[in-house]
Design a protein around this ligand. Structure first.
Ligand code: PNS
Length: 165
């Protein structure tokens, strides 16, 4: 049976750390679904449609990477998609507690779904979407840390926000 994995997250925005995990996941699993959470508690910088558009463009050359959105419980989405695996990236020890809690809760909710943790390449271990947004909005350089399309979109977003404030 082909192994289908779901890589869930906010992806606000997609970083090269995410790209690295997805690329590794695409080599390991028959298919990997990048599942973008729609209803973020805090208001996202990029709309769900923008996050989907970016991820689809970045992975257009990887045929076994699919980009989708989800809402509600992750395990329900994974079951609906008939996937067997949830992929999460682990960057540093600081990620561990939250990831451990989520993996165990998801295991309790559905014991047939396995969480698989993957490490990104070393140069991406300190990148997070939150830091990218903060550094970029304060004028810092994020080149090489996010896909070029994300950098472009960040520039447009920040210019748009400045024009309306
Ligand atoms: O990129 P993030 O913000 O770290 O991703 C977190 C995400 C989307 C994986 C998590 O918040 C999630 O699974 N949300 C869906 C709701 C859910 O199932 N919550 C219980 C998780 S134990």
């Amino acid at each position: 049976m082909p192994t289908l994995a779901v890589y869930p997250g906010s992806f606000d925005p997609l970083t090269n750390g995410h790209v690295d995990i997805i690329t590794r996941g695409a080599r390991l699993f028959d298919r990997i679904i990048v599942a973008i959470l729609v209803n973020l508690e805090k208001s996202p910088l990029f709309t769900a449609a923008e996050r989907v558009e970016i991820a689809r463009a970045v992975f257009k050359k990887l045929p076994n990477v699919e980009v989708d959105t989800f809402d509600g419980l992750l395990v329900d989405y994974v079951q609906r998609r008939q996937a067997q695996v949830i992929v999460r990236g682990l960057r540093a020890l600081s990620d561990f507690e939250y990831e451990f809690q989520m993996a165990l809760m998801n295991q309790r909710l559905n014991g047939r779904i396995e969480t698989v943790f993957m490490m990104p390449a070393e140069q991406y271990t300190y990148i997070s979407s939150r830091l990218i947004k903060e550094v970029f909005s304060l004028g810092g350089r994020v080149h090489g840390l996010v896909p070029d399309m994300v950098e472009e979109r960040l520039r447009e977003k920040v210019a748009g926000l400045r024009a309306t404030s």
